[in-house]
Design a protein around this ligand. Structure first.
Ligand SMILES: [Ca+2]
Ligand SMILES: [Ca+2]
Length: 328
């Protein structure tokens, strides 16, 4: 397995000054009770923007319950306090992931850490110019040791797939399938390529990655529930942080797989952006999505996510097969 660490520069400089300066936006307190999504059919996928999202096809999804917001730091902290769970980003890195002799691996890449966005000082289209491997970055210090502590009401980030599924088991839930997530996110609305309005989602206004106008109120990550919910009453399904699903990633949708699809098998998974890695589908884009670089602030958007390496723009939310009253 080739580790995506190899693609990232190491950095221990802490957050960029711009990353700590956030505009003020009123964020109301919201409920955490899961929302019931009734079984139904919808058009999954889109042929309007990226090829990996198509072809659109009528898809049936069973009923479920879903968290109204991304899993927060406060929720994850309760899990850690109850179980003693230590996340992948808090453990030393296995040198075998790099598939090169150990003396060729920069020592800082073997320290516990995670991937952090650091805005470059000049325009660029290379993601290695803005993603840094920061030793000491983890869910408790999302921007690294020099940054602030995690805010309780912000989505938890820097988790591996194992961390997410451990939390899900503890909560009595699971990661959604891609179809469940997209069904809940689209909420009866047809696919569109439009940039969300300033009240609709935490995305990026201006020219990524150097100029963030923050006209939606936040430079970076926002507390959950700051933007208008969709018609299902779900917050931040698009924007804020990407949300990892249970499905393995492969470009495009299988047109024959229309009844409660669960994505390709592990053996059929393939991610051209992460060759050699079996990745999971993540959905909805993040606060880093700007139309000049990334038009993925939409329910149909999808990319593969490294199951081991976290990042400070990737989180998740849970779905449930039973109501809360039957899970306790
Ligand atoms: Ca923003
Ligand atoms: Ca989101």
């Amino acid at each position: 397995m080739l580790c995506a660490f190899a693609l990232l520069a190491a950095c221990d400089n802490g957050p960029s000054p711009a990353a700590t300066a956030q505009a003020v936006r009123e964020c109301p307190a919201i409920r955490s009770d899961p929302v019931r999504i009734a079984a139904g059919t919808f058009t999954m996928g889109s042929d309007q923007v990226y090829r990996e999202e198509g072809p659109p096809r009528l898809t049936r999804v069973g009923g479920f319950w879903i968290d109204p917001h991304e899993v927060t730091n406060a929720q994850f902290a309760a899990f850690v306090a109850a179980t003693g769970h230590v996340t992948t980003a808090e453990k030393p890195v296995d040198p075998a992931l790099f598939r090169v002799p150990r003396d060729q691996i920069p020592p800082e890449l073997l320290q516990p850490g995670s991937a952090v966005f650091v805005a470059p000082d000049r325009p660029s289209t290379r993601f290695t110019d803005w993603w840094r491997y920061v030793p000491g970055a983890n869910w408790q210090r999302p921007e690294g040791p020099g940054g602030p502590e995690a805010e309780p009401n912000q989505p938890v980030v820097h988790l591996s797939h194992d961390d997410m599924t451990a939390y899900a088991r503890w909560r009595g839930g699971r990661l959604p399938s891609e179809a469940e997530w997209e069904y809940a996110a689209s909420a009866g609305q047809p696919a569109s390529a439009a940039q969300p309005g300033a009240d609709a989602a935490n995305s990026w206004q201006g020219v990524f990655p150097v100029n963030n106008e923050q006209s939606d109120g936040f430079y970076g990550i926002a507390p959950v529930g700051c933007y208008t919910p969709n018609a299902n009453g779900l917050y931040d399904m698009t924007g804020n942080v990407w949300e990892v699903t249970a499905d393995y990633y492969r470009p495009g949708h299988d047109t024959a797989d229309r009844d409660t699809p669960r994505g390709p098998s592990e053996a059929d998974a393939y991610d051209p952006l992460n060759p050699g890695l079996v990745t999971r589908v993540m959905k909805g884009g993040s606060y880093l999505c700007a139309p000049n670089y990334c038009q993925r602030y939409r329910p149909q958007s999808r990319q593969g996510r490294d199951p081991g390496l976290g990042a400070n723009n990737v989180g998740f939310r849970l779905v449930y097969d039973r109501p809360s009253s039957q899970r306790d």
